[in-house]
Design a binder for this molecule. Structure first.
Ligand code: FUB
Ligand code: ZN
Length: 639
């Protein structure tokens, strides 16, 4: 079977007013801001300690190299702070290192979009520190290097070494692809070799408690051609969930059936997993790695497991905004159709991971449903994770917020009504930076004969088939023009967005398959598509108990919401009229609606029909919410 590969971010120039603005924001604001955060230079923000830890690890290694004895510190906890721990020990979460490596990855993509000598020099400096924190044997992890190197790889379940390795490898590949500089890549390969030795065919049967190493090893394999890395990824996937549980073995326990490893997706072998469970970020990172390994090893059974898991998520466990993870308990999936709006977790990282998963599925199965999920996540949950000025972030992305409830109700204290400058667990901000600056990588995929357009934005790119210019007004009028200068005949496959009820093409397609319209392009062509992004009223499957009798408003790729700023307090009293007479007014959609009058003082009273006042409702795209101060917000409205 022929698989598709992404047209690399390196060869895509995004010129789109919408996406270019976001990509530029990452370069101009987010990357410098996050560098300051990693160096604890943001007033009023949670300290990161990330660079402080790396520098301390370098000092300690240096001392050890010169025969000096260095103290050891405890390694049992997940989090260390100056208040509770020795001033010379590691601070922050055990995975704090990954904040730098995600930043490096974002810098790499950003340099692909905009070469910038100053930024490159800054990143080179950071890489210098990072590489100096590498031990003789190749090991890189500031937590164990500082606190106790003898404990390295002793707690794969909780202590994120393989997770930090994964982010490190992804950062190194991105930086290498952008600059051609291989210092970090070489360091990472030495670390990867150590991991392969420890956990290879004849080593310990380990795998990470927080997945990502699997897909990172595949990236290393794709970059270096060293199939030892692919094999290590396959082993980690094959071993997961088999007995005896490695997480029991490493702690000398025999929990058997007692402890279930659902949280880590390690409860049963991955090919038997049918339902997305446990920690949502971990889950989608694992599934991404599974899809990668399935593609490279032609493993149909593994790919079928991915299909089942993808369908379970997107048909039963995904918010309309592309958020996943319904509960803060374990930042996890719950059960089918359990999608509470106000208790949602919908972590930014989880939605990002779902995009990784979807793109990998699309590479094997050319079905537009995967691209539709990428678009849903990118345009809604992920963009909502960052403020318009790029200086504050959401970790949790709820669909309904009442600020008082966030403060007064401990069940909702994970939900923040305004974006935060930084987090003591800051996984999301650099993850948002890396995916947005790598946006180009998700737009197009190709086989030898076909080019797939998955996301529509003004852009220019070149492949061996053609030079292509796209002029897109996709979000507004829905019109997308393609100017194609062919190098050889090929097939162009245009995704028909799942939300498009009326679409037109200026030339005839040969056929439609799995949501793509296929066009033969024998020579230079101009083609115009129009996907007509109409305003739609969306209903949930009635099994979603939260949303019975409610609807959401959407237009094209964007889900809209109501904010108190535009509609007053108590959004729950609002109802959308059956004659909404929708109107687009700038960034808003307005519609006819009603506000229920609160005329009774009693808590309970005999039923009388509600008295309602007609109002004009004002909806704003979900990703834009909370950019005007603290206020109530709701995606769903009574109908
Ligand atoms: O554990 C590392 C990261 O921190 C996870 O992906 C996030 O959910 C947060 O817990
Ligand atoms: Zn996160």
């Amino acid at each position: 079977m022929e698989y598709s590969r992404p047209v690399s971010n390196n060869s895509v120039k995004i010129t789109d007013s919408f996406w270019k603005e976001k990509i530029d924001l990452i370069k101009k604001e987010v990357i410098p801001y996050q560098w300051n955060a990693l160096n604890d230079r943001i007033d009023g923000a949670e300290p990161s300690y990330c660079m402080r830890n790396y520098r301390l690890a370098c000092e300690i290694l240096n001392k050890r190299k010169h025969g000096e004895k260095t103290p050891v510190f405890p390694t049992e906890k997940w989090h260390y702070s100056p208040k509770e721990d020795n001033e010379n020990s590691f601070f922050g979460w055990v995975f704090q290192d990954s904040d730098l490596t995600k930043w490096i990855e974002a810098v790499g993509y950003s340099l692909q979009n905009h070469p910038d000598k100053e930024l490159e020099a800054l990143a080179d400096g950071a890489i210098e520190v990072l590489c100096s924190s590498q031990a003789e044997n190749g090991y890189i992890n500031s937590f164990y290097t500082i606190n106790n190197p003898d404990k390295a790889f002793s707690n794969l379940r909780d202590h994120h070494e393989l997770y930090c390795f994964g982010h490190l490898a992804e950062g190194a590949v991105s930086y290498y692809n952008a600059t051609g500089k291989d210092k970090l890549l070489k360091s990472v390969c030495r670390f990867a070799d150590l991991i392969c030795e420890k956990f290879g065919e004849n080593g310990m049967a380990g795998y990470g408690g927080h997945e990502i190493a699997e897909m990172a090893l595949v990236k290393l394999y794709e970059t270096t051609g060293n199939d030892r890395y692919l094999n290590a990824a396959r082993l980690m996937i094959d071993r997961r969930g088999t007995r005896p549980y490695y997480f029991d073995v490493e702690r000398n326990e025999n929990s058997g059936d007692k402890i279930n490893y659902v949280y880590n997706q390690a409860h049963i072998p991955v090919r038997e997993q049918k339902e997305a469970v446990g920690h949502a970020v971990r889950a989608v990172y694992l599934y991404s790695g599974m899809a990668d390994v399935a593609r490279h090893t032609n493993d149909t059974k593994l790919f079928n497991a991915c299909k089942t898991l993808f369908d379970n998520i997107t048909n039963k466990k995904m918010y309309i905004t592309g958020g996943i993870g319904s509960t803060k308990d374990g930042e996890a999936f719950t059960f089918d159709y359990d999608l509470p709006n106000d208790l949602a977790y919908a972590e930014s990282c989880a939605s990002i991971g779902l995009v990784f998963f979807a793109r990998r599925m699309l590479q094997v199965d050319f079905d537009s449903k995967y691209a539709a999920v990428m678009e849903r996540c990118l345009c809604n949950n992920i963009l909502a994770g960052m403020s318009e000025d790029g200086k504050s972030f959401f970790y949790v992305n709820p669909l309904e917020v009442n600020p008082i409830a966030c403060r007064e109700d401990s069940r909702k204290n994970h939900v923040k009504p305004v974006r935060q400058k930084w987090f003591d667990c800051a996984c999301c901000p650099p993850n948002i930076a890396r995916i947005i600056s790598d946006y180009g990588e998700y737009c197009f995929t190709e086989t030898n004969s076909s080019l797939f357009i998955n996301l529509y934005q003004s852009s220019e790119f070149t492949t061996d088939k053609a030079d292509i210019e796209i002029i897109s007004d996709y979000f507004k009028s829905g019109e997308v023009k393609f100017k194609i200068k062919t190098k050889r005949p090929f097939t162009l496959a245009l995704r028909i967005p799942e939300w498009s009820n009326k679409y037109t093409f200026s030339i005839n397609y040969s056929f439609v398959k799995k949501g793509y319209a296929y066009f033969d392009i024998p020579c230079n062509r101009e083609l115009t598509a129009n996907f007509c992004p109409e305003i739609r009223i969306i209903k949930c499957n009635p099994n979603v108990r939260e949303n019975i009798g409610k609807v959401a408003v959407a237009r094209g790729a964007f889900i809209y919401c109501l904010e108190e700023k535009d509609n007053g307090k108590n959004l729950h009293l609002l109802r959308l009229s059956h004659k909404p007479e929708f109107k687009i007014e700038g960034k808003f959609i307005t519609a006819n609606g009603y506000r229920e009058q609160n005329i009774e003082n009693a808590l309970y009273y005999e039923y009388t029909p509600s008295e309602e006042e007609p109002v004009r409702l004002k909806f704003i795209p979900y990703f834009k919410w909370a950019n005007r101060g603290e206020n109530e917000m709701s995606v769903y409205i009574r109908y």
